[in-house]
Design a protein around this ligand. Structure first.
Ligand SMILES: [Zn+2]
Length: 296
């Protein structure tokens, strides 16, 4: 864990397993993503206090538990602190059971209701993309859907927080099956970040800041494409999602050890299968009471 690292005037990074960003303008202090849990949030609050910074608003870039799990700790310290999120994601942050519910497809068993998939509820308000002022801090919110149903990257001056639209090189190498609910959008969102003008420094949601946005986008797009290829190969023989998941994990050297990892990766496979189906490269049909996917 670290303190707040200055990236640019008014832009601070709290580097952790999940990064938090702090953007300061006058008396405005916008905290972007609050981490997985109470522990992350308490360390972040201590770092803010050490610099005499009082948060004026929170932005959650998307609804995954590791990006808003610390909200409750902030609200305990600063009751009424406004929390903003993309509209679809705000609904999940207010009703966080939706995350394990959509991953599992039914009310999830206890083993899937851990802090990694189920954060405490918090009163997030919807904010539209574009140039906005949140807690007296002017930022640009950029739509980057795909990793989640909606997600915002955030530009503050020449700093771009890509949220989970881009992963750092290390986490990407460690987790080749990048989570997504829509792989088509995920690829378009990553490529679209190259069009954001005036970016000097890019910070991924997980990983280190870089001045090489072009290189990071290329690495991410190559990784996403490799998964699509592996999924297509996995359904050369018609298979269920779960069989395709096993084949892709074997091919990419992924070893799953928890039910939540299996469920998250299963969504990734489903997303790439949907992309391939919409491209006409894969068909779905039901045989012997199995929903099967098959390359054509
Ligand atoms: Zn995420």
């Amino acid at each position: 864990m670290s303190d707040l690292l200055p990236l640019a005037p008014g832009a601070l990074l709290f580097a952790a397993a999940v990064n938090s960003l702090v953007f300061v303008e006058g008396s405005g202090v916008l905290v972007v993503d609050t981490g997985l849990d109470d522990s992350h949030a308490r360390k972040l609050l201590r770092a803010l206090e050490a610099q005499r910074l009082t948060p004026t608003a929170i932005l959650n870039t998307h609804s995954h538990a590791d990006h808003h799990g610390g909200n409750a700790t902030f609200l305990k310290r600063f009751p009424g602190l406004p929390i903003f999120a993309p509209p679809f994601e705000a609904a999940i942050i207010q009703h966080p059971l939706l995350e394990p519910l959509y991953l599992y497809g039914a009310h999830p068993p206890q083993v899937l209701r851990t802090k990694f998939l189920l954060a405490p509820a918090s009163p997030a308000q919807a904010v539209a993309a574009g140039r906005v002022t949140l807690g007296s801090v002017a930022v640009e919110l950029i739509d980057v859907p795909g990793h989640a149903s909606q997600m915002y990257a955030v530009r503050f001056g020449d700093v771009l927080y890509a949220a989970d639209a881009l992963f750092g090189e290390e986490p990407l190498a460690k987790h080749p099956l990048t989570f997504c609910v829509d792989s088509t959008s995920m690829k378009a969102s990553a490529a679209g970040l190259l069009d954001v003008p005036g970016v000097r420094l890019t910070v991924p949601g997980h990983g280190n800041p870089t001045e090489n946005l072009t290189g990071l986008v290329a690495t991410n797009l190559a990784a996403f494409g490799a998964v699509t290829e592996a999924v297509l190969t996995a359904v050369q023989d018609a298979s269920t999602v779960d069989t395709a998941l096993k084949r892709v994990c074997d091919a990419l050297g992924v070893q799953m050890t928890t039910p939540s990892a299996a469920l998250l990766n299963r969504s990734v496979i489903s997303a790439h299968l949907a992309e391939l189906a919409d491209l006409g490269a894969v068909v779905l049909d039901v045989q012997d009471n199995e929903l099967r996917f098959r390359a054509v």
